[in-house]
Write a protein that binds this ligand. Structure first.
Ligand code: ADP
Length: 515
């Protein structure tokens, strides 16, 4: 815009003069009009910057053209009128109408005319710039007014500060809440509504934000009009101009008193809960440990008593031995439960130890199924095994036995007297074990949580148990670098699938790799 050539219109009824004009302004490619009507047409079609106009023309006079343009051209061009002695009055009128300059005829110096035109064009440009700036200022003031109105009506306390941090505006909510006046608050007056315990820290952080130009965010209490302090989250952002210079700061204070109270209550509850869980786990570990010793002693006592009775031949011995066998079974069951608790305690403390050796999983599966035979029989479940002859790999024999026992035991327990199928295959270096029943099944929403501690999906009135077997099984399988999952449908049965790498647990593999 600054360097754009001005659009010039030259109006004169004398063709000779027009030709001279054209040559003088050749570089601007001027528009030419030989009378007022032709000039009107051009002015209607083009945004002309400067008109050089003869005042004395047949038909429409130069002055009439000027008056017409004042009404019809937006923005009005700058006018340079060309006049002779006969048109002195008209020249004065033209100047009164706002003509920028006048040139006397005959024009002896084209240079003089060019200078007048250049000055007029510059004048026009300056006027346009001033008008543009003024319009921008008006728009800015209007948008500031709108923003302020918005800020006045938000629920938060809000304020703005100059670039050096002097607060010069607070919204209505600020005054309502603090019960203060602008005079009390202006500049750094806000300090009087801060809690003394935090004021120093607030001032320090605000000063640092001002120095670095970084946004500021902090929680602190502000005093309400009645003297009560409530907690606020304060966020302050710098506003920058096009060059990135900070022009103002804008801040809001959001009341978070209730949210904060709720948050600390939640944190307290979580801490309490965590403490309770820790206390429970500790109790679990101690109780399981303490229970095991007398249980072992009791089992030994029962076995010893049975042995003693067996050596005498008193009538009624068989009855006694039968009762001892029942007691012994109960003690064994109790021992299994206590061992489960002990394992859980070990898992929680990360002390589940896996002792690896060369094992044949097929052998383990067959042994477990055989051991479970009597239990399956009394539940009315047929046990079917489909295992490869040998599935050898590295693992903890006792722990893997525990996993298979748990899965087969559960299938019998929840198998509704239907056949149970256990399959075992080696597939690409992984042992794939499946225990499949056609029992009560598991609801989809329960399947994911069954591997957690104490998780059960049945009522304890119908089925006994602590909900630890699957948790321990998963810990053991994962310690071997494997996975365990379940697919089930209520009333149709469940299939538990275990995948264990035959090359041994990850810890052992790592050891081997580094040696
Ligand atoms: P427990 O059997 O002692 O409750 P587990 O950890 O072995 O503990 O099993 C957790 C829960 O998973 C059981 O309470 C039962 O709801 C469900 N569950 C396990 N195995 C089966 C299965 N084969 N069929 C149906 N539900 C099962």
């Amino acid at each position: 815009m600054e360097n754009a050539a001005p659009v010039i219109l030259l109006v004169d009824d004398d063709p000779g003069v027009l030709e001279t004009y054209r040559r003088s302004f050749a570089q601007f490619e001027p528009l030419l009009a030989h009378d007022g009507v032709a000039a009107q047409t051009i002015l209607s079609a083009f945004a002309v910057d400067v008109v050089v106009c003869d005042l004395k023309m047949p038909g429409m006079k130069g002055l009439d053209l000027m008056k017409w343009a004042r009404e019809h051209c937006q923005p009005n061009p700058e006018w340079i009128v060309v006049s002779g002695e006969a048109t002195l009055d008209a020249t004065i009128q033209a100047l009164k109408l706002g003509a920028f300059d006048f040139i006397c005829k005959p024009i002896l110096s084209p240079m003089q005319l060019r200078t007048a035109v250049t000055n007029a064009a510059r004048h026009k440009r300056l006027l346009a710039e001033v008008a543009e700036r003024r319009a921008l200022e008006v728009a800015l003031r209007e948008s500031e007014r709108q923003v302020r109105q918005l800020v006045e009506n938000i629920a938060d306390l809000a304020w703005s500060a100059t670039a050096d941090g002097r607060i010069d505006f607070y919204n209505r909510r600020w005054y309502e809440y603090t019960g203060t006046t602008f005079e009390q608050m202006e500049g750094w007056g806000w300090r009087s509504v801060h809690h003394p315990a935090l004021l120093e820290q607030v001032v320090e952080r605000w000063t640092r934000a001002l120095a670095t130009g970084e946004p500021f965010e902090m929680e602190f209490p502000l005093r309400r009009a009645d003297g009560v302090f409530r907690w606020f989250l304060t966020r302050v952002r710098p506003l920058r101009d096009a060059d990135g210079r900070i022009t103002r700061w804008f801040g809001t204070n959001t009341d978070i008193d209730e949210a904060r109270a709720a948050r600390s209550e939640r944190e307290r509850l979580i801490a309490d809960l965590r403490q309770s869980v820790e206390a429970r786990d500790e109790f679990l570990a101690i109780a399981a440990h303490e229970l095991r010793t007398p249980l072992t002693a009791l089992q030994l006592q029962l076995e010893g008593t049975a042995h003693l009775i067996g050596r005498t031949s008193n009538p009624g011995n068989d009855k006694l031995l039968g009762k001892l066998a029942v007691a012994s079974r109960q003690v064994t069951h109790l021992g299994t439960l206590v061992n489960g608790l002990l394992d859980v305690a070990r898992c929680i403390q990360g002390r589940l130890i896996i002792e690896t050796e060369e094992v044949d999983l097929a052998e383990i599966v067959r042994a477990v199924v055989e051991r479970c035979g009597p239990q399956a029989q009394s539940a009315g479940c047929a046990l079917i095994v489909d295992a490869e002859k040998e599935v050898k790999g590295r693992g903890d024999r006792t722990r893997l036995d525990q996993v298979v026992s748990n899965l087969v035991g559960n299938s019998i327990k929840y198998g509704a007297g239907q056949p149970i199928r256990t399959t075992l295959h080696a597939v690409e270096g992984v042992a794939l074990l499946r225990v499949e029943d056609r029992g009560i099944g598991i609801r989809p929403e329960d399947t994911a949580r069954l591997f957690a501690r104490f998780a059960r999906a049945v009522s304890s009135n119908s089925y006994g148990g602590l909900g630890l077997g699957l948790y321990i099984a998963r810990q053991i399988v994962e310690a071997h670098g494997g996975t365990i999952d379940v697919a089930s449908e209520v009333g149709q049965g469940s299939t538990f699938t275990v995948r264990i790498p035959l090359v041994g647990p990850p810890a052992e593999r790592k050891r081997e790799a580094s040696s």
